[in-house]
Each structure stands twice: as C-alpha cells, then as structure tokens.
Design a protein around this ligand. Structure first.
Ligand SMILES: Cc1cc2nc3c(=O)[nH]c(=O)nc-3n(C[C@H](O)[C@H](O)[C@H](O)COP(=O)(O)OP(=O)(O)OC[C@H]3O[C@@H](n4cnc5c(N)ncnc54)[C@H](O)[C@@H]3O)c2cc1C
Length: 383
C-alpha cells in the first residue's frame, strides 16, 4: 500500500518512538499534559505545516497535516493535546485582518504563541450552535462578554482562544446563523479579569475545561472579520478539523489492527496461535477492510479540500467512516487480547477509551448523518 508523504511520516514515527506507552500511561494516570511531546512536535515544525511560509510556517496543504496526525496516532501516541495548534489559526488566516495575522501567525509558527483553544460549545445549547447564549455587548472600543462555555479543550495550555459569541440576539436577526461573531481572546490577560477556567475530568486525558465569562472586556480590534458573520467563519474551519480528526481515527484504527494482528500471531492457546482461528481472524480482516475504505474517503476529501473545492459532505462522511472504523478496530483489538486487553500495560484500553471520543466530538455521528441526509440526499430537515 503506497503512503502519502513517506518522508514526513518517517520523521513523525521516529519522533514518536521517543514517547512510548509508559510515557502516555503515566500522563493518563496523572491526567497530565504531554508538555514534552508537544514541545518535540513544535520544535520539529510539525504543528506549523499549514501556516504560509510568509508567516514562518511550511505552507503545506491539509493532506500533509493529516499524514502527521495519522502517524502520531498509529504510533500509539495522541495528538489531541496540540492538534488544534495546527488548524485554529485558519480562522485568523482566512478572515483576520493584517494586524491580527501579524500579531498571531508568526508566533504560532515559531511555537512561542499557543492558539489552540476554540470556544464554541455551551451547556444549554449543545450542538444547536445558533442558540449559544454567550453575549458580547459593544461598549466604546471594547466588547463586554458574559456567558459560559463547556468542553473547551486546552484552554489551560493556550495563550489565545478563538471565541464564538452572539452580538445580536437570536430573535432580532433574519437568519438564526446571523448575529454571531468571532473574538480573539488573550487568555493570559483575561484570566482573573472576567474569565475563569475550570478543568473537567473525563474518561480520557484530554485537558478539557469549562470557561466562565463575567464582564470580560475584549478590545474591539480583536473582532475577526465582520460583526455578525462569525458562524460562517467557524464553519469554514470545521471541514479542516473534521478531516484532521478523521486522519487521527485512521491512525488509531491502524494501531489497533497492527496490535491485534501481532498478538493473534503470537498468542498460543489450544496448541496453536489464536489467529489461526477464523473467529479471531475475521473481525481483524473486517476492521482492516473498513479502515482502508475510510482512508480512501479521507484521502478523497483531502484532495477536494486542498484543491479549494467544496467538500463539506465528503469531510463529514470521512469523519463518520473513520471514527466507526477506529471504534470497530478498537473493539476487535480488545477482544483479540482477551483479559490482557484490559491490563493498562498493553495500552489497548487507553487507546480504546481515547478513540471513542470521535463519535461524539467535534461533531456527533447523528449530526453528520443528518447533514448527509439533508445535503446529499435532499431529505427533509428534521430541525
Ligand atoms: C473531550 C471533549 C473535548 C471537546 N472539545 C471541545 C472544544 O475544544 N471546543 C468546543 O467548542 N467543543 C468541544 N467539545 C464539545 C463537543 O463538540 C460536543 O460535546 C459535541 O458537539 C456534542 O455536543 P453536546 O455534548 O452538547 O451534545 P448534545 O448536542 O446535547 O447531543 C447529545 C446527543 O444527542 C444527539 N442529538 C442531538 N440533537 C439531535 C438531533 N436533532 N437528531 C439526532 N440526534 C441528536 C447527538 O448526536 C448526541 O449524541 C468537546 C467535547 C468533548 C467530550
């Protein structure tokens, strides 16, 4: 099977070899941030591949970023602590003004600034983004922001946050997607001055948080693009995010398939390798077929994305298929390992927990199916 970007993949594999299972298990137990891993990826330039060369990045396409994330996950590592450093800047790059780009992009490319918190989800609105309640009121040359966000990952490990707020109440706009705006929030200044971050402990080591906004003042010059048009800016970045997450899922699936195949070849029970039994072989073979199919969909969507063509439905389907392939591979791998799949030292149970996330975040399976049903098949909208 030929691979895209073989040299990049090879360097990523070599870097990841320095961060074996023991490293991730220790962090998982302590729910600690993989600072050394993130520093190594930053130093190697892997987190700035999408930033144009004029701002100090490598100016590569999304397919290169996808190859990096897939290899990280295939190696048994996890990129969720820093993958958003790759793509959150896209909102600034595409819709920010020159001052904002100069203020952030060179620093993000160099790794001296972390722009990897993305504040959309709220406790009361859930997936129904147009109902967010966090409101930014313009007062002179500032916005005064009040509200609450939930499951905002990496906020404690980010210098800046891209924040979605309402600037016109929902009942005063023609379209419910109007009246939403994007603000750039300097988290270093904001904390203790109207912004509070509270970690949420989850079943995985993910550094996710709740954020409380209480009369937080944000300079008006930190508005991205036009006031009221923020929903479109956020949507723009979502295809990239979905495709990168889909690549992580393909990487996870390959990790599980590699591990399951190796174990099935070597574990002997009843006087022969368990992999000689078709009851053990077939689920692994099925997971492999599903993963290859999902990877083709991911590659197809990446090609469209990098050619600047519409790819919303393809990006959604790629994420759907890849997250299901990784979950089925995870379940198969655990089953293949019998009791040992539950033992922490095999890293299967950790990766099993980690890969489950992708059927819920950044968008849940039902919402993708709804997109495909209504956009690709023309079925009536249910909400
Ligand atoms: C670890 C983690 C990290 C995250 N990081 C971030 C982050 O950095 N930034 C951020 O903004 N958000 C983040 N999220 C939030 C994530 O994007 C949401 O959890 C996800 O979009 C689902 O929203 P919800 O949890 O409110 O579920 P809800 O919207 O309450 O939905 C609950 C369930 O109901 C289903 N459902 C809802 N409506 C319908 C419908 N009309 N038809 C069929 N089914 C429906 C959904 O599919 C889902 O399964 C993160 C979440 C987690 C768990």
């Amino acid at each position: 099977m030929s691979e895209t970007f073989p040299e990049i993949r090879d360097s990523v594999r070599r870097l990841c070899a320095g961060f074996p299972g023991e490293y991730w298990r220790r962090l998982d137990t302590e729910r600690a941030y993989p600072a050394e891993f993130v520093a190594a990826l930053t130093k190697a330039g892997f987190l700035s591949v999408l930033i144009p060369e004029e701002y100090g990045g490598s100016g590569l396409g999304l397919a290169a970023a996808a190859a990096i994330l897939e290899e990280i996950h295939r190696s048994g590592c996890n990129a969720s602590a820093c993958h958003a450093q790759m793509y959150t800047m896209g909102t600034v790059l595409r819709h920010g003004n020159d001052l904002q780009k100069q203020m952030l992009l060179p620093g993000v490319a160099a790794g001296s600034l972390r722009l990897q918190a993305f504040g959309v989800t709220e406790p009361t609105s859930g997936t129904d983004t147009t109902r967010i309640r966090t409101f930014a009121r313009k007062v002179g040359d500032k916005y005064v922001v009040n509200g609450q966000k939930v499951f905002i990952s990496r906020a404690e490990h980010s210098d800046w946050m891209v924040l979605l707020v309402r600037t016109t109440p929902r009942d005063q706009v023609k379209k419910t997607t109007d009246g939403l705006s994007v603000l750039l929030v300097d988290l270093r200044q904001a904390q203790g001055n109207g912004l509070t971050i509270k970690p949420i402990r989850t079943m995985i080591n993910h550094a996710t948080t709740e954020i409380f906004l209480d009369d937080l003042e944000v300079p008006a010059e930190n508005l991205v693009g036009e006031e009221g048009k923020g929903f479109g800016y956020i949507l723009d970045g979502m295809n990239a995010e979905r495709l990168l997450i889909a690549s992580e899922c393909v990487g996870d699936a390959r990790f599980f398939i590699d591990r399951a195949s190796d174990y099935a070849k070597t574990r002997e029970v009843f006087g022969r390798p368990i992999g000689a039994n078709q009851g053990v072989q077939f689920p692994i073979a099925r997971a492999y077929a599903e993963t290859r199919a999902a990877a083709l969909m991911v590659d197809h969507a990446l090609e469209l994305f990098d050619a600047g063509k519409p790819c919303g439905t393809e990006a959604n389907m790629a994420k759907l298929l890849a997250s299901e392939a990784s979950w089925h591979a995870a379940d198969t791998c655990l089953q293949t390992h019998g009791g040992y799949g539950f033992a922490e030292e095999y890293d299967i149970e950790r990766k099993f927990r980690e890969t489950r996330l992708y059927q819920v975040a950044p968008i849940s399976t039902n919402l993708i199916l709804s997109h495909v049903a209504t956009h690709a098949l023309g079925l009536p909208k249910s909400f």
